[in-house]
Design a protein around this ligand. Structure first.
Ligand code: HAM
Length: 420
């Protein structure tokens, strides 16, 4: 019978990649806790209108990448393509905005975008998302980058670059739009059909176009960065000063634009050239008008999202286990009777012990120990029981030694020996 397979762009994740994703998650959680962020869990499925209103109806995400369908009651629903929109909705719907002056939140989970799959680009992918509501001071913009640098350092990532830019506010954008429309209009016949439309509806989106000719025209255009209003300039240079104080190396990419419409002022991306075309493994920015645009009060916001699979691709070393993995290999029924007391002792001591309930031979048990990457194998047979010893095999070093077999003392003996 023909087998049913995963959908295009959807994947099963297992083995080492899962360990890397877990490492990213636990390390992030550790620093979120230290920096005062609280977790929020939001739905995966939302009203389609939520994303259209927040991400913007002329963005690629909304125009072509959403998993949107009618549910059984005929309502148009969408699998979330990102988390910011849902978190803003929740911030308003739960009344959080009225209860606290500042809200620092994070959320972890899968996102869905109907993009063309390629290396580092999937239709289901995971993000660690961080959002801060209620602070306009650029110190928080820098703090987000600072916090991230702790996470990446602990994960062991060294080679990456941080690009920053300011995309201004509605004031500078209105002025700039005229400049840019004049520029693109003069070159309109060379733009792709999509960009001709964007020129009327949302000219700044032309910078997002992947068409080669549009890219070239875009690359030579005037930039918003050179046309920022005074307060946006002050904000951006304040941000740079904090980054400098924190000794964080960033480069200004005046052409950095983001694929979502809600951004104002600060935007940033963490990139690595080991990733190929999809080189950003973390991206974010400020969205000072989004909360209000979603029907809330005038509260500024800023945040970012880590692309977990992309970051996992950059962790090349195998993830170090927190505690060693033990495996118990037994020969015969007398030895098998030690499984339960051993397991009880190991669990009590938070140590990992594994065994095969239906073991046929020592060879098959050793093969299994290899497969589960056991660090130490404890071997017990009738001989050892007679002599009141157990054999401990160090799998990395390939040597083995005996220690006294004493049910209750086993763990103490083991730890004493392993510490030597
Ligand atoms: P984004 O740039 O669309 O921003 O996505 C953030 C990160 O998610 C990207 O840098 C990338 O690492 C990862 N990512 C995006 N699409 C895919 C995909 N198809 N496959 C694998 N990874 C992907 C946002 O989503 C904003 N909500 C970030 C934000 C939070 N801004 C403010 N607050």
């Amino acid at each position: 019978m023909e087998k049913i397979k995963t959908l295009r762009g959807f994947r099963d994740i297992y083995g080492e990649e899962v360990e890397k994703l877990r490492l990213i998650e636990t390390t992030s959680r550790k620093y979120f806790e230290l920096f005062g962020y609280r977790e929020i869990i939001i739905p995966v499925l939302e009203n389609t209108g939520l994303f259209i209103r927040s991400i913007g109806d002329t963005t690629d995400i909304v125009e072509k990448e959403m998993f949107t369908f009618k549910d059984l009651s005929g309502e148009s629903v969408t699998l979330r393509p990102e988390a910011t929109a849902g978190i803003v909705r929740a911030y308003l719907e739960t009344g959080m905005f009225a209860k606290e002056r500042v809200s620092k939140l994070f959320s972890i989970g899968p996102m869905f975008r109907h993009e063309r799959p390629q290396k580092g680009r999937y239709r289901e992918f995971r993000q660690i998302d961080v959002e801060v509501f209620g602070i306009d001071d650029p110190m928080i913009d820098a703090e987000l980058i600072w916090m991230t640098s702790f996470i990446l350092k602990e994960i062991g990532l060294e080679k990456y670059a941080i690009e920053v830019n300011s995309v201004g506010c509605p004031v500078c954008r209105t002025n700039f739009k005229n400049i840019i429309v004049d520029y693109f209009e003069a070159k309109e016949e060379n733009l792709c059909d999509d960009c001709k439309r964007r020129l009327r509806k949302n000219p700044l989106r032309i910078f997002d176009c992947k068409n080669k000719q549009c890219k070239e025209i875009g690359a030579a255009s005037p930039v918003l960065f050179d046309n920022l209003c005074d307060s946006c300039k002050i904000h951006f240079y304040g941000f740079l000063e904090y980054l400098n104080t924190l000794k964080l190396n960033v480069s200004i990419n005046k052409r950095l634009v983001r694929g979502l419409d809600y951004y104002t002022r600060t935007v940033f991306e963490f990139i690595s050239n080991e990733l190929g075309a999809q080189n950003a493994f973390l991206a974010g920015g400020r969205y000072n008008n989004l909360v209000e645009a979603m029907g809330g009060p005038n509260v500024p916001g800023i945040g970012f999202a880590i692309g977990m699979e992309r970051l996992a691709m950059l962790i090349d070393k195998t993830v170090k286990k927190a505690t060693p993995q033990f495996f118990f290999a037994y020969l015969g029924d007398r030895a098998k009777a030690f499984i339960i007391p051993f397991m009880e002792r190991f669990i009590e001591k938070n140590l990992k012990l594994s065994y095969l309930p239906q073991a046929k031979s020592l060879k098959s048990q050793m093969r299994y120990a290899d497969a589960i990457k056991a660090d130490y194998v404890l071997i017990l047979g009738d001989d050892e029981i007679e002599k009141n010893i157990i054999v401990v095999r160090d799998m990395a070093k390939g040597n083995q030694f005996n220690i006294p077999l004493d049910n209750l003392a086993l763990i103490q003996n083991l730890s004493a020996f392993l510490e030597k």
